[in-house]
Design a protein. Sequence first.
Length: 114
Amino acid sequence: MTEDTLTCDGSDLCNELRGAKNTTFSMTYGGDPPSRIVGSTQNLRLIVDHSPLTLGHLLLLPVEHVVSFGHIIDTLGTEIDDFLKSMHYHYVDTYRPLLRLRAWIVDLDDHDLY
């Protein structure tokens, strides 16, 4: 399978990220909260993890399917960086203290994640 052929498999998560209302999350929580999407950009979604490793563990997902998150750094690195910076205050306000807010370990040509 190549990256060009990746598509949503109809999974509950894919449907949820597309805005479907009849997902496991919405049925479990009865619409309160209406979604587990914490924030988004045109190309990214930040969601609450159903099974967090620690308090405040969130998942940063690209809207388009990719083989690896590392494959989008060249094209979305600045958007990712800006988005994480914009979410920093909200994260600290909700979960203090900041445990770690990062999407990957890679050199972003001197772009800081925080």
